[in-house]
Ligand binder design. Structure first.
Ligand code: ATP
Ligand code: MG
Length: 397
């Protein structure tokens, strides 16, 4: 057992002391067995949510209806979920109601893939009734039970299968792959937001190309927003091997290759904030590409986006990224944002004794550019002088 699990042991031990069963489950156990860095630790228990809440001093009822209570132990939070099986599935989506059960076996049985259905007890022993460890060894993603049944219960699992391909580099079992071919259309019943969560993980995975190829091969891509007619473009996406380091870059590379504009990204129900970030990167790429270089103006304008844009530029044009070099240039600019200008609107209104109007923004823009180009120092008196001279010069024309 590693340090993270050892730290979480008191949660299991406390539940056991109160007469309940408790195990580590889910992604953390899988990643631990794969010797990959583990994420959040999830715990499954026979205790009911209200029992969990009465046992631990610090809890948050994050998903009581689904049996999940967050337990905070020594500053770390753990999701503790009561053993459950899911109620009847409606419309190929995960069910609204769940039934709490007292056996670990049933809890593992409702999980999506065998690699995600392994439990670990407090001694580090694995409880693996569905052959998850063998699948890990064979690098196979296969559903727990009949794939067609599991995908008709919850069609999102098909997207999850491919995002695990992307993250782990595993293959789909023949049955699982065949079921995706057959049931792909059920994805239409799933909320786009949930699809986007899995797709983003797919875009950020180390084996994205493999997952994209499977998306095409199984025809699942044609049920994704905006992609039904983009088979060729998607195939191009599979040609990139470099892993994006940030979600903005992942979506921007995808949008660039699939030729989606912000309207297209809206269909993916991404947040307006993310769509704006992606759009800024795409616009910058075009501009920098047409100028063949990062100009001072571009550095100033794109500021905190520089690393994203530069890494994207490098990936898309098969070039080296020069992030550090560009950031040095950016840091050396006389100003990095308008706020840093030593003169403001009030100063200019007083100086020219004029009423506010479009001239003001224009003037500030000119001063800003002059400072950036080093034509004038960023110092109030000098800027005033420059503004007056500039005005005279323009009046003479
Ligand atoms: P990650 O490391 O990306 O969080 P994970 O395997 O922990 O991967 P989660 O989405 O956090 O994935 O889900 C936790 C566990 O819950 C899974 O390992 C799986 O056992 C189960 N699970 C999640 N979603 C489903 C689903 N749609 N159907 C069945 N089981 C699921
Ligand atoms: Mg998880």
């Amino acid at each position: 057992m590693n340090e993270q699990f050892r730290q979480a042991l008191p949660v299991i031990e406390t539940l056991k002391r109160h007469g309940h069963e408790a195990y580590f489950v889910g992604g953390a156990v899988r990643d631990y067995l794969l010797k990959r860095p583990i994420g959040d630790i999830d715990i499954a228990t026979s205790a009911h949510p209200y029992e969990v809440m009465s046992i631990f001093p610090k809890t948050v009822p994050v998903g009581i209806a689904h049996g999940t209570v967050m337990v905070i132990e020594r500053g770390v939070s753990y999701e503790v979920t009561t053993f459950r099986k899911e109620g009847r599935y409606e419309d190929y989506r995960r069910p609204k109601d769940v039934t709490f059960v007292r056996s670990l076996y049933e809890d593992l049985q409702r999980r999506d893939f065998t690699i995600n259905a392994i439990a670990m007890n407090e001694h580090g022993d694995m409880i693996d009734p569905f052959g998850g460890m063998e699948a890990l060894n064979d690098r196979i993603i296969e559903t727990v039970g009949d794939a067609r049944e599991r995908f008709s219960e919850d069609a999102l699992r098909m997207m999850r299968a491919l995002r695990f391909v992307s993250q782990l580099g595993f293959s789909l079992s023949a049955e699982t792959k065949q079921a995706i071919v057959q049931y792909g259309h059920l994805l239409q019943h799933i909320a786009v937001e949930r699809i986007a969560v899995e797709f983003e993980k797919l875009l950020l995975g180390s084996f994205m190309s493999k997952a994209i190829e499977l998306l095409i091969e199984t025809n699942l891509f044609s049920y994704l927003p905006e992609l039904a007619t983009k088979k060729k473009e998607l195939a191009q996406l599979a040609a990139y091997s470099l892993v994006p380091v940030h979600r903005i870059e992942a979506w921007a590379r995808f949008a660039y290759v699939a030729r989606l504009d912000s309207q297209g990204l809206k269909q993916w129900k991404l947040s307006n904030h993310l769509i704006r970030d992606v759009s800024i990167c795409l616009e910058a790429l075009e501009r920098i590409h047409s100028l063949h270089d990062w100009t001072t103006d571009a550095l100033y304008e794109y500021g905190r986006y520089i690393p994203h844009i530069e890494r994207l530029r490098a990936v898309l044009h098969g070039d080296e990224p020069y992030v550090q070099h560009l950031l040095k240039r950016w840091e050396a600019l006389p100003i990095r944002e308008r706020k840093q200008l030593a003169i403001n609107g009030h100063d200019l209104l007083a100086l020219f004794e004029r009423k506010a109007g479009p001239w003001l923004a224009e003037m500030i823009g000119k001063i800003e550019r002059a400072v950036l180009r080093g034509e004038v120092e960023n110092e109030k008196e000098k800027l005033k002088e420059w503004a007056v001279c500039n005005q005279k010069r323009e009046n003479n024309y």
